[in-house]
Write a protein that binds this ligand. Structure first.
Ligand code: NOJ
Length: 733
């Protein structure tokens, strides 16, 4: 975990005492290689051209591969750069050599990257993986990503992304662990352990960067970068817990988010950065801004110019500037004019040097040839883990008439362009992937020996091929239609005002259904979708998300019954987009939604989720009975019998929820407080015991006091957040 030895601390303070002001501020400066020369259009326009389809992603990649870059060797030599965002290991070694051997004090650079769900082996996107409800898995995939990226000189991951997010219009719900603070906290803790925990060699760990700090997931109307505003109790009860958990687990760094929170951008927010993160949670490492965010404080209208923004950010506790060079340009003058104190600079630099020291960068600044090529071919253990993670993340949403699993003898018409697009299975932010490792659903079905014919027919964009639809409809015994979103439709800057299936995909399903054959929809998407039509009309629905390099094999295993689905939803699925934001753990209203008019409901849509948080079917069935709550001095022990009443073995995620019935502030109708996985053979019953520590039954008020209030609590146990057994208890703390 992140802790320096006395000797390391001494090395840091010795170094600090020798540094000039310029060298210190250099450590606070993170840059990326800049592009030399121009294009026929401006760079922002070029980016827009990719966005609106004027040039293809391949064309853009080709342009970017041929442009000349300025790696700022002179600035590195002069000690004016502390961190570099770069993915090229050979270049990184060269730059590191300049920093270590040619700069006055030989301080190594730290290289950071967005390794969000795997590096060389790409795993499921976070919202999918969170649905595995498997902390051991969360930890192992993070550890693998750390080991892989370290071979390329990347010692710092801009991950985990642990924004609680409840509005599926926001494209970035794909990057995080969903709508629930408890699950997100478990996810955060496990990811920190996985990234930072194995210090047996410097090659086995990286520094985590928890992000986006904080409340970014609450952006108004799900529109990216938009404002956030909430009571402090809401902040502390919902959005901060994953960060608190990550800090308790020893996270080394954090990234301030783009949004303003209650009127103060998180980049310059002394309350969240200094008071909460550093003083209360005890972050020992440093805070980096998000890209360009210091400059954006001028656009936010909170700083009058770049210098003012830099001064505010430094004073608020933001230690490293990502991408604007405002710190390196203006902080020397700001210090000279006593607008920023030397203590602020020293604190930031000490934090940054400490992380570099802890990572072993001073002693092992370079990567060797051997390391660099260690994972040119992916070892089996890595693909096995990618397959395990992918299988565990799939959620079976509907299975009318037990269409699934398919029989091996059934001939499959596989439909949808998404079924055979290698680049579409890996999800947003998969930076270091190789197409040769990507197994599409078509590949996966073929690998599994299925009798499959493929008809692209149509996808998230563009036209339908009616001839192919007819051929698919006439051909197979069963139709598997892969529908959903392109990778570019979720992730950063990918908010949507309509989260139903895009393009003509619904029409494609409708046409396929007209052949009166069983139709299975396999979804590939980065956010919960509004599926009211599909849930009514398509007999079987499999939520496949963007599962990473082994997606095809995992989906084939599920469709063919080689793996019994275990995944659950980490975020509620609405019937219609207008229900967003939608989450199971909403505060109690005075008029809970019901069939009668003057209640908290819509005239034209249900008020509840179509598929609620924690929901997911299996090829078997589980029955809950004999719930009992026993109380001891420190905890409630919840006992329940869970029986596998079907004819195949399966694994259930038993979920524990609680409701504080009466409290001094309005509390959620239900809150997840624990979960356990039980594997049961057909016909088997298990006694499951879940423990709810009493000191976890409270909540924060607006003054940041954690309140444990005596009184009645409803305790719920079940296989999803809606269908639970319930017992009421009186608890005294
Ligand atoms: C912007 C994104 O918000 C953040 O998640 C990412 O880490 C940085 N850019 C760096 O790429």
């Amino acid at each position: 975990m992140y802790r320096l030895t006395e000797e390391q601390k001494k090395r840091v303070s010795d170094l600090l005492s020798q540094m000039t002001l310029e060298e210190k501020i250099g450590q606070m400066n993170q840059i990326s290689p800049s592009i030399v020369g121009g294009f026929d259009v401006s760079f922002p326009e070029l980016i827009e051209m990719v966005g609106d389809g004027r040039i293809s992603h391949d064309e853009f990649a080709r342009i970017m591969n041929t442009v000349q870059r300025d790696y700022r060797e002179d600035d590195i030599r002069a000690g004016r750069v502390g961190s570099m965002m770069i993915q090229d290991p050979v270049k990184m070694n060269e730059l590191q050599k300049i920093a270590v051997e040619e700069s006055r004090l030989g301080i190594p650079l730290i290289s950071g990257l967005d390794v969000i769900h795997g590096f060389r082996s790409v795993y499921p996107i976070a919202i999918a993986e969170a649905g595995a409800f498997d902390t051991d898995l969360f930890e192992r995939t993070a550890h693998m990503a750390a080991k892989e990226s370290r071979t390329q000189g990347v010692a710092w991951h801009f991950a985990p992304m642990i924004d609680v997010a409840r509005d599926s219009r926001w494209g970035r719900v794909s990057e995080g662990p969903g709508e629930d603070p408890y699950l997100a906290s478990e996810f955060a803790r496990a990811k920190i352990h996985g990234l930072q925990g194995d210090m047996s060699s410097h090659e086995n760990y990286v520094a985590a960067c928890t992000k986006h700090y904080v409340a970014y997931g609450a952006c108004e109307s799900g529109r990216d970068y938009n404002t956030t505003s909430m009571a402090k109790s809401q902040l502390h009860n919902v959005y901060l817990p994953p960060f608190k958990a990550a800090m308790e687990a020893g996270a080394a760094t954090a990234m301030a988010s783009f949004n303003d929170l209650n009127g103060v951008p998180c980049t310059v927010n002394a309350y969240t950065l200094r008071k909460i993160l550093k003083e209360t949670y005890g972050l020992k490492g440093f805070v980096v801004s998000d890209a360009n965010a210091i400059r954006e404080c001028v656009t936010h209208g909170i700083a009058q110019d770049d210098m003012d923004a830099g001064i505010q950010a430094a004073k608020a506790g933001l230690d490293m500037d990502m991408g604007t060079e405002i710190y390196s340009t203006y902080l020397p003058q700001a210090v000279a004019e006593h607008k920023v104190s030397m203590e602020v600079i020293d604190e930031a630099v000490e934090r940054i040097l400490s992380v570099k020291m802890w990572l072993g960068l001073f002693d092992h600044p370079y990567i060797t040839e051997e390391t660099m090529h260690r994972y040119d071919e992916l070892p089996k253990a890595h693909t096995d883990l990618a397959l395990e993670a992918a299988r565990k993340s799939v959620v079976l949403l509907k299975n009318e008439g037990n269409i699934l699993p398919l029989k091996k003898s059934q001939k499959i018409s596989l439909v949808g362009t998404l079924a055979d697009m290698k680049e579409e299975i890996i999800g947003a932010w998969a930076m270091s992937w190789q197409q040769k490792d990507c197994v599409t659903i078509l590949d996966g079905l073929k690998n599994a020996g299925a009798d499959v014919s493929y008809y692209p027919c149509g996808g998230p964009e563009g036209d339908l091929n009616l001839d192919e639809i007819a051929a698919a409809g006439n051909d197979g015994d069963v139709i598997v239609a892969v529908v959903g979103e392109l990778v570019s439709m979720s992730g950063e800057a990918a908010s949507k005002a309509d989260i139903t299936l895009s393009g003509r995909q619904r029409e494609m399903l409708e046409r396929l259904l007209s052949y009166k054959k069983p139709v299975v929809a396999v979804l590939m998407n980065g956010r919960p979708l509004a599926l009211s039509w599909e849930s009514e009309n398509v007999p079987a629905i499999v939520e496949g998300w963007h599962l990473g390099i082994q997606m095809g094999n995992a989906i084939a295993d599920i469709l063919l019954g080689n793996y019994n689905p275990t995944g659950k939803l980490a975020a509620s699925f609405p019937y219609v987009t207008g229900q967003c934001p939608l989450y199971y753990n909403h505060p109690s209203t005075g008029r809970p939604g019901s069939g009668s008019k003057f209640t908290s409901r819509y005239l034209d849509a249900p008020f509840e989720a179509l598929y609620p948080f924690g929901y997911g079917l299996s090829y078997t069935a589980f029955e809950y009975s004999e719930m009992k709550v026993e109380e001891n001095e420190d905890a409630l022990e919840i006992h329940v019998k869970v029986a596998n009443t079907g004819s195949v073995s399966g694994t259930e995620t038993v979920q524990l929820y609680m409701q504080d019935v009466t409290a001094s502030i309005v509390r959620p109708v239900k809150e997840l407080k624990g979960f356990a996985k039980v594997a049961l053979a057909a016909g088997e019953t298990a006694d499951v015991v879940l423990t709810l520590p009493k000191n976890k039954m409270g909540f924060y008020d607006d003054d940041m006091n954690y309140c444990l209030e005596n009184g009645k609590f409803n305790i719920f146990v079940g296989g999803n957040s809606r269908e639970c057994l319930k017992t009421q208890v009186d608890v005294e703390f």
